[in-house]
Write a protein that binds this ligand. Sequence first.
Ligand code: ATP
Ligand code: MG
Length: 430
Amino acid sequence: MSQPTIQPTIQLIRGFKDILPGETELWQTIEKTAITLFEDFGYREIRIPIMEKTQLFARSIGEDTDIVEKEMYTFPDRKGDLLTLRPEATASICRSYIQHKMYAQNPVQKFYTIGPMFRRERPQKGRYRQFYQIDAEIFGIEEPYADVELIFLLHTLFNRLNVTDTTAHINSLGCPNCRPRFKEALSSLLDDASEALCKQCLRRKDRNPLRVLDCKVPGCKEAMAGAPALIDFLCDDCRDHFSTVTDLLSMLDVPFTIDKQLVRGLDYYTRTAFEIQTGALGAQSAVAGGGRYDGLVRSLGGPQTPAIGFAIGFDRLAEIVSTCNPAVLKTPDLFIAALGKQAKELAFKWTAELGSNGICTTLEYRRKSLKAQMKQANRAGAGHVLILGESELDSGVAVLRDMAAKTQKEIPLDLVVEKIKQTFSKTCEQ
Ligand code: ATP
Ligand code: MG
């Protein structure tokens, strides 16, 4: 007799992960906290597709960046068009702002979006190939108030989630006016360091020297240790802008550190760049990052529009929040222990009605003894149990047991829904 072939179970894709019940409660809490805060500050939700034409990311994030060179999930579709699973949200939001001519109505727009991003990086703790971001963007405002508003929002959100071990690292990357002088200062160092640089940086050093400063290869890091910093080459306007950012942050009591080495891994940034770092995550210390991108909308075909935004690493934030907040598990308000077909059908009707009135009710559908059902109710942490067996059906009253107080009362069958609604509205008012 031939053995049946055993199929290997299909596992999820490397670097992807499931977020399971037990974790999703926390994700929802974080999401609700963020959305409430964003809406209180006048941000509106935008939902953008998870796939775009590859060109959008190549042109905005930059051909010489790690994301575009190594990390994108890019493939031709059946007609041969090159498509990419989005590695971040800003490029798509800019595309949407331009495509729907939102600037014509009002150049000033504030958006938030929450969703999955895809980067083919080496998977490790805090680094996945599908991960989630909470993203906020302000379009149309050049003034440093926008920069500080966003950093303040991050600070406030983290505080509301009891995450206090964070620091805002800020820097200025200047503007196209400041860059030539900086490149000049950097170029002799880059020429001298040529031998120590990785292959990629050799290619990048003339085209895009800022990228060399962002390289994670140890040899490059070492060679760049004494490199000049862009912040020391700012033009007058950029210097004023940055000093107002720091003044306003101090005014709002937002703690920050000026980090001259902070470069960020995307080409589109100008002026203020920032990262929220924490000691709680080991090597993956950045829980959020962002910055100004005053040239991006225009370079994608829209009108000149200053803009700034941030992205929070949702997975990393959830990881930190779970260590500093006790887990909250939802328990049913009511467990109905019904015995026999007739009782079960009546209880089924009540369950539907109570559930749609916001009372979380569990009914055991399977055939189980009363003892087994009481055990189950206990395990689920139900506050009340309603018992409906044959004798209750005969006498026309069900028994409602308060599990904490260990008291019980009888309720006429035709009044069950009404009385239980009253019981729970009283509990809610207390
Ligand atoms: P890192 O330096 O950690 O690679 P990054 O600069 O590439 O981060 P951004 O593009 O600024 O990241 O994205 C904003 C945030 O998204 C990061 O601060 C991080 O918290 C999160 N993030 C980025 N890449 C990943 C990933 N592969 N897995 C999980 N979270 C990520
Ligand atoms: Mg990265």
